[in-house]
Design a protein. Structure first.
Length: 338
């Protein structure tokens, strides 16, 4: 396994040509998770991204982490909450992903870069958490003689710690999603039969995430949905085979709108088609090729509210993998017939 600094140095070389779109995507993403003036977000994101890329290009990971630890301790001593910083760090990897998909020469390089960025994000979150906890301990000692005011300060610090630990849990969830991307890309990259590819993708996703049911479907020349699915052992379906006529249900809605659809409670969704027993939540992400809808990935779970925005982002990245793999498989099949 390559050293972290070496992998991140390579990753920085992939990202540097895409610095401007990564920066703009990060500024928008930070604005979605915290309220702050756009000018402040731009200044923070620009300073942080440029400093990070510069240190990673030199292979100076530890130097960058030392600078961030010093800044985190200063912010904690000044009484500033570190939760906004943690939220900003949590969305950066997602902003880098589309450009790494474009820049990485092979799936293994993409997997290495994603895992290295995730490890770096974990270490940065640990720095924030440690700074907050050390400052919490110091303030608690000072507050022992301050009565009710000390109690209130302790509660504020506890809330900040809870927010940071929640960010750590979300970071682990992101690591699982990144692992899924690497696993699926590895499983389907060498499959050149479209039907086998759809089955391999559905099985790999379902096995990794343990959802109740996962299907990969495409539109044939007659506009009929065909595909493959995978589910938990013993799963029963009320219908199967080719879907006649225009696609319906939540899948049909995703295809018409060309946008992901997340249903927290299928019992409340009038479009839901009950074909998988026990389903409580559903997420459908369309497969888009050059702006044209060619199919979808359907995720179903027995847990209500099972899907969040992080799951949508990971599913969209998966969809890009699947579209490219299906296109390659079709080209291979066409060349064989020719």
């Amino acid at each position: 396994m390559k050293p972290l600094a070496e992998v991140l140095q390579t990753t920085a070389s992939y990202l540097k040509p895409h610095r401007t779109p990564v920066l703009e995507a990060w500024i928008r993403a930070v604005g979605q998770v915290q309220r702050s003036p756009e000018s402040e977000r731009r200044a923070f994101c620009t300073r942080t991204l440029d400093g990070l890329l510069a240190h990673l290009e030199r292979g100076d990971v530890e130097g960058w982490l030392a600078l961030e630890e010093e800044a985190a301790m200063a912010a904690a001593r000044a009484g500033e909450s570190l939760a906004p910083l943690a939220l900003a760090l949590r969305v950066l990897d997602r902003c880098c992903l589309p450009h790494l998909l474009e820049a990485c020469p092979v799936p293994s390089a993409l997997a290495d870069s994603l895992l290295a960025l995730d490890e770096l994000a974990d270490r940065r979150l640990e720095i924030l958490l440690r700074a907050q906890e050390e400052e919490s301990a110091r303030r608690l000692v000072e507050a022992q003689d301050q009565g009710a005011l000390a109690v209130e300060r302790a509660r504020e610090l506890q809330r900040a710690n809870d927010a940071l630990r929640a960010s750590e849990r979300q970071s682990q969830h992101r690591a699982d999603q990144i692992g899924l991307l690497a696993e699926v890309s590895r499983r389907i990259s060498s499959v050149l039969d479209p039907d086998e590819l759809m089955q391999a993708a559905a099985a790999a996703i379902q096995a990794r995430l343990d959802y109740t049911y996962v299907a990969v479907v495409v539109l044939d020349n007659e506009g009929v949905l065909v595909g493959r699915w995978a589910g938990r052992p013993g799963l029963g379906r009320r219908s199967g085979g080719r879907a006649q006529g225009p696609p319906g249900g939540v899948i049909g809605r995703a295809l018409r709108r060309r946008a992901p659809q997340v249903v927290a409670d299928v019992a409340r969704d009038p479009d839901y088609h009950a074909d998988v027993s026990g389903t409580r939540a559903e997420m459908v992400v369309p497969l888009l090729e050059g702006g044209t809808v060619v199919g979808a990935i359907d995720f179903q779970s027995q847990e209500p509210g099972a899907f969040d925005m992080g799951d949508v982002a990971a599913a969209e990245a998966l969809a890009e993998f699947v579209v490219v793999a299906l296109r390659n498989a079709r080209l291979f099949a066409d060349s064989g017939r020719a």
